[in-house]
Design a protein. Structure first.
Lengths: 172, 84
């Protein structure tokens, strides 16, 4: 099953990724190429939000941008492991994951997860699973910069993300 | 044993250290013991003891603090991840 995982500063083309997922082919032992029976492609794109409510001060802070840090070496390994877990749970025909790092502005794309399968149930579920696990396991950290003189701040992990991931573990 | 230890995100900023190559004494045998040994340096390093939810990785895998160390291991300490 074709898997492509990238961690990069550059932006990505969602249309190109969908095209690649829609028509994967696997070389057979005799060298002939076989097109897989892709009937469904499910995708997720994460974006940098422009506005953020600060719960502490209850004021709306304008997010100016974001810096994404990661752990080179572990990042790719972690994403590969998450994709492998998805492959074990659902019959997939292709997975593509892209996560950007570095400096990003509001509205920019951060992450892409695309899954190809024969049927939509498997594609939807695997796509959601991969995102839920990425949010709690993949070693990325976001630092937000705010407009004006406000200091930048590291984003806190959410308890709700951990709970969502636990639901997959429990099977609920 | 000789180890490489890395720090990320807010933890790196609090410690003022991104990475260090260490020689640890014989009694430091687990990831948790390493964390305590580093925290005992005091001053900024005590954040390793006081900070809640410090996560750890050993050779690029997320691990529990009880995980045993080995010669030449790469250990990383960091806050909960916030990717995606």
């Amino acid at each position: 099953m074709p898997v492509r995982i990238r961690v990069q500063e550059a932006d990505f083309d969602v249309g190109a990724e969908i095209m690649a997922l829609s028509s994967p082919s696997s070389p057979m032992a005799d060298g002939a190429e076989v097109g897989a029976e892709v009937g469904a492609v499910a995708t997720f794109v994460g974006l940098v939000r422009a506005d953020k409510v600060s719960s502490a001060a209850a004021t709306l802070k304008q997010v100016d941008g974001m810096t994404l840090e990661h752990y080179p070496g572990m990042t790719e390994k972690s994403l590969a492991s998450i994709v492998a877990q998805a492959q074990q749970r659902w019959p997939l025909l292709g997975v593509r994951v892209i996560h950007r790092v570095g400096h990003l502005r509001p509205g920019e794309r951060i992450v892409f997860v695309g899954v190809a399968a024969s049927h939509r149930g498997d594609a939807f579920s695997a796509c959601e699973f991969i995102m839920d696990y990425l949010k709690t396991q993949a070693p990325f950290w976001k630092k937000e910069a705010f407009a004006g003189a406000q200091a930048s701040a590291w984003v806190d992990a959410r308890e709700s993300d951990e709970q969502v991931m636990q639901r997959w573990e429990r099977g609920t | 044993m000789k180890l490489t230890v890395l720090f990320f995100a807010s933890l790196r900023e609090a410690l003022g250290c991104a990475s260090e190559v260490l020689e640890v004494p014989a009694h430091v045998t687990t990831v948790g013991a390493l964390r305590d040994w580093l925290a005992a340096r005091g001053q900024a390093w005590s954040v390793l003891a006081t900070q809640k939810n410090v996560r750890a990785a050993l050779d690029h895998d997320m691990v529990a603090l009880a995980t045993p160390l080995h010669e030449g291991a790469e250990v990383a300490f960091f806050p909960p991840v916030t990717g995606g």
